[in-house]
Each structure stands twice: as structure tokens, then as C-alpha cells.
Design a protein around this ligand. Sequence first.
Ligand code: RRO
Length: 314
Amino acid sequence: MKPNISTTIGTVELRSCIYNASGPLCATKEELNNIGKSKAGAIISKSSTEQYREGNPKPRYFENELGSINSMGLPNMGLDFYLNTSEELIQYEKPFFLSIAGLSLEENKKMLSKVVDNEFVSGVELNLSCPNVLGKPQTAYDFERTKFVLDDVCKIKDRCFGVKLPPYFDLIHFEQMAEILNQYPLDFITCINSIGNGIIVDIEKEEVVIHPKGGFGGIGGDYIKPTALANVRKFRQLLKNEISVIGCGGIKNGSDVFEHILCGASAVQVGTQLMREGVSCFERIENELIELMKLKDYLDINTYKGKLGVVNSM
Ligand code: RRO
């Protein structure tokens, strides 16, 4: 029998647990339609602000064989564009998630109130972790502020709703954040956003490879997979069952998806590899995951989700 790789986030059903990360190739109508036509299990938009944004000056994205660095600065078409586009995306018969990243709490509340009137958006991912907007901190590194934001936005949300988190590195921080998240009716968290404010050096030019912010930018790809897996694993252990964990970070083949699911992911998002390969990556990664599950005699992802073994030390 062919293994089943479907999944459910809140009440939203996905034929495949593999889809795009908010960010790469999901800002324009053409890009969103391309993800719709692909084998991605869902479509998520580039994080949206209320108004159109040009983003940071170029070059603002760079990749090498190990991963990527970006300082895009939230370029997007503005909320109305994504709400208006949502209707044409229903032809693909897969969920459409809207990512929002307002520059203030008021902006996020205003955007969420607008979503309430829209019947085509399946769910909302609130980005609390953009590392690249000058003068704006990553909200989810400020625990009190995160609680304040969730208090407000959870009063407005009317459908599948979750937050995109930055990577954490300290076990106490996982516990503190999980304690906050467990107080809210969230359907999912997505972890992780890029690892903020790294630098990649061009040895020949003896220069940084991207121009905004003196070359500092969010790191993605292979560089970040171990951190992503640790965040998925720790939050799966600490969060109540109603909150699904969506894994993001370093996924470029079927075994990467398998690792994320073993750590506790209910679905996974592909970022850097989507930029490299385009939307055909979804079919390839899906086939690789199915082949691996066949080899291991797993008929669906729930049979191994979160079941990563540990080795007892002396
Ligand atoms: O647009 C960006 O610079 C950006 C965002 Br909003 C984000 O959440 N993560 C990232 O790596 N880049």
C-alpha cells in the first residue's frame, strides 16, 4: 500500500504534509499560482503588511551549497492583494494560509479583523520573528511582549491560527515560551524562522555577500537544520497536544522531512530549497519521503511522529 502523507493542522486538512515556507517565491500572483499547481500540500503567502512594501535594497539574498542568507526587509504586495488573490487559489483545492507580519500590534489587529470577512483563507500564520526590519526587534524574543500580543490577537482570530517563531537556544527559553503558548487557543506553531543576523563572507572580495544592514541577515538551509530539529523536538515535548508543530529549516529531501516528523512535526515547510529548485521540489521530496516510508513499513506519518529515540547514558 502507498504510504499516506496527509496531515491535519487544527481543522485544516492537507493532502501532503510538505508545503512552502513563507518567504521564498510566494509574494506575487504568479508565484502563488505556481505553488497551487505544484504538489505542495498547501500554499502560504509571503508575510504581509497592511500596505505594499518594496523591502530592503538589493542584493538582499545569497545562497551557497550550505544554505542561504537574506535581508529581504518584508517586501510584499500588501494585505488586500493577498485577500483578493485568495479566491482564485481555491481552484487548487488545497489550503491557503496567509502569513501576516504587521509592523505594530495595531497593524496586526487591523489585518486580522479584515481576514474575518474572507472565506477563502484557511488559516493565518502570525510572523513573530522577522529578523530584517531595521529598528524592529523579533517579537518572540521578548516573552512579555509576546504574551501581550497573543492576549490581543487571540480575541480576534476566527479560524486556524498559529505563530512563526524564531529559533531558541536555551532550554529555559523553550520552557518560558511554551508556558506562554500553552495559555492560548493556538492551532500550530511554525519553527523555525531563519537564524537571525548571521554573516556570510565573500573571501575573494573580502566583503559581505548581501548589502542591507552591513551584511547581517537571516540564515537558512543546511546551516540551520540541527537547530530547527531541536526547536521542533523541544516544543513538541512541552506544548499541549492541540498545538501542532510545523517544522521549517534545512529541508531539501525526503529524509529531512522524516527527521522533522520524528522530532514531532505534523507538517513541514521548504524555504531555501524552494528558492534553489523551484516548485518541482515538492514532488521530488514527496516521492523521496514515500519511498523511505515504504522501506520502513510506515503507512502514515502518525506512526512515527515524535517517536525519536534517545540513548540512555550512564
Ligand atoms: O522579509 C524578510 O526579510 C524576512 C522575513 Br519577513 C522573515 O520572517 N524571515 C526572513 O528570513 N526574512
